[in-house]
Structures are given as C-alpha cells and as structure tokens.
Design a protein around this ligand. Sequence first.
Ligand code: GTB
Length: 217
Amino acid sequence: MIPTITAFERSPDRGQGLARDMRVRWALEEVGQPYAVRLVSFRAMKEPAHRALHPFGQIPTYEEGDLVLFESGAIVLHVAGRHTGLLPADPNARARAIAWMFAALNTVEPPILEREVARLVEGDQPWTAQRLSLVEDRIRQRLGELSDRLGDADWLDGGFSAGDLLMIHALQRLEGSGLLEEYPNLSAYVVRGEARPAFKRAFDAQLAVFTGQPRDE
Ligand code: GTB
C-alpha cells in the first residue's frame, strides 16, 4: 500500500527542504517505499478535515490504510520500523539509533528552533541581540558536544540510521549561519547526508513543488 503524506502547497522556504515533510520524504526514499503527496494550503491545514489527521493543524501527516500519523519523528520511526535500511537489526544498536532520533528532536533541534524564533518572530525586539547571543551559545554547546562524539566517524553510531537522518535535517537549519561552520566535522557530516541518493531524490521532489516542475522519474 502506498502511503500518502502531506506537505506545504507553498513552502515558505521556497523549496530549500527545511520543512518537515523533507525528513519523511528522505526516510521513504532511503527504504525504497513509493509515496503519494497531498499538498495543503495554510488555510486548509487549519480546517477540520486536516485537523482530523493532525490535531495541531500542521504538516507532515502520514496515511497508510487505517493508520494516520502526525509528528515527523514518529513517522520516520514508523517507516524505519517497517522496512530495512534505517535501523540496525541488532537490538542494542537499534535502541541506540532510536536514542539518536530522540537526541536530534529533543536535545539538538530545540535551541536551533529557538534561534529561528528569536530572528524571525522576535527579531524587532529591543532585547533581540542579547537573546540571540544567549541562544547561539546554547547551540554552540550542543554542537560542540555532538562534534566531540562524532569525531572523525561518518555517522553517529556505525552505519547510517534514522538517527543520522533526523540529526542532519535538524542541523541543516544552521547551514550558512556560521555556527555549523565552526565545527568542520559537523559541516562535513551534513554534506555527507546531503550526498546520499535518497536525500537528493527527496530534495528534488519537494523542490519540484516550489518550481512547479514534475518529478524526473
Ligand atoms: N513537531 C512537528 C513535527 O515534527 O512534525 C512540527 C510540525 C511543524 O512544525 N510543521 C510546520 C507547519 O505545519 C511545517 S515544518 N507549520 C504551519 C503551521 O503551524 O501553521 C516547520 C517549518 C516551516 C517552515 C520552514 N521554512 O520555511 O524554512 C521550515 C520549517
């Protein structure tokens, strides 16, 4: 059965792949699962039909037969659990990969999102510069710790996993900020993720929504 996901009809990032449907697309591409996409407008997202799928009126959602899911992390975990390729078979290694998924969403991504709020939502406040500096220090703390753990390895724990997928997608929000670039091994880690064929297919598919071009397949 081909699952259907939802994505922005018009993503504010103009196809840079920062919206969270990108991580779901990437996971589906990694495991070779074809999928359909239903595009939704900001208005439609808040209407009852979409809220029946997503209580907070957001994207992405995931529909597969009777199953309806929201939360990109839960969707990636579901996809990873149903297919091979994103979680190791060994139970302990699998548990560690899932820990990295949670680390990406709960430990590394939050200060990165705080920075977006400080810049984009609160950017005109008299205290913005002070707040940004505090938030950026918190980001540096996490990036330093992550950089130390990654060292010169390719991926966080053995082979590429759903933990890397979510971590790389969270870190991408910092590309070009100067912050990620302070940690060359993390910059290289993100580039490594972006070089994966599955990433490229997912990226091109979401970019095609913005440019209005059909997918090349
Ligand atoms: N925790 C949820 C998840 O991981 O699925 C968060 C979902 C979420 O934030 N969805 C956003 C949304 O639907 C899109 S991804 N927003 C509309 C709304 O809340 O009304 C967040 C996002 C949006 C835009 C950019 N961008 O333009 O760069 C990047 C990321």
